[in-house]
Design a protein around this ligand. Structure first.
Ligand SMILES: C[S@@+](CC[C@H](N)C(=O)[O-])C[C@H]1O[C@@H](n2cnc3c(N)ncnc32)[C@H](O)[C@@H]1O
Length: 213
């Protein structure tokens, strides 16, 4: 489902700060080498992640779903000096491209990768975060939400991608469509939670931004 007209996106891109050179290169290589290159964050979303991070100036960031490392690098742009971004992806085939670009970045010493299932990492996590970016398997969004309040600091920000799931959350959801059901439940839980204040923005596939109260 196209949320925004193409000419509006063009205008937004023209009048949004430019994507840094390193990220342009990473996007190009991802498009050339990865079958699921569409999973990479869009340029506008990347600049939004960077901006939120620069406003928040986080000491600790957690990302669930690294893919080729694009959004991790965007979020890392706002890290406090000596801050850390911890990023999880179960697909070890992505490590080569992640490492290539993480090494080239100014934040190379601040990025900590976990190559395993996110539930395992979350179950053992003993750190607290100022920003959590959720962008992995949609059917587990609700499960991840069980861990998040305990590992997100007060006034910490939770950002979740694909919360409109190609518009499938809008109509009647089939009982067998686990992903759409989970995303819809996730959206409802955040909306009804007294622990979070939430907004969903209609950027690309929908991005929700919540603050822990
Ligand atoms: C949409 S991509 C992430 C895109 C990335 N955040 C970006 O903006 O460039 C989702 C990633 O989540 C990973 N993933 C899916 N299920 C996972 C799980 N259970 N645990 C850890 N990673 C998972 C996939 O391997 C994939 O690389």
């Amino acid at each position: 489902m196209e949320i925004c007209k193409e000419e509006i996106i063009e205008y937004l891109l023209k009048n949004t700060s430019d994507e840094p050179q390193l990220l342009q290169e990473l996007r190009r290589e991802t498009n050339l080498k990865c079958i699921n290159s569409i999973m990479i964050s869009g340029e506008l979303q990347g600049r939004l992640l960077s901006l939120i991070s620069k406003i928040k100036k986080p000491k600790h960031i957690l990302e669930i779903g690294t893919f080729t490392g694009y959004s991790a690098l965007c979020l890392a742009e706002g890290l406090k000096k000596g801050g850390e971004i911890h990023t999880i992806d179960k697909n070890e085939e992505l490590l080569q491209i992640q490492n290539k670009y993480f090494k080239k970045s100014n934040n190379r010493d601040n990025i900590f990768q976990y190559t395993m299932d996110a539930s395992i990492v979350l179950g053992k996590m003993n750190k607290k975060f100022d920003i959590i970016f959720l962008d992995a398997d949609k059917k587990n969004y609700v499960n991840y939400l069980k861990y998040i309040p305990n590992i997100l600091n007060k006034n910490g920000i939770l950002i979740a991608d694909n919360v409109l799931w190609y518009g499938k959350v809008l109509g009647k959801i089939s009982e067998t469509d686990q992903e759409t059901k989970a995303i819809h439940q996730f959206n409802k839980k955040l909306k009804n939670s007294k622990q979070f204040q939430t907004i969903i923005l209609p950027l690309r596939d929908g991005i929700s931004i919540s603050i822990k109260l």
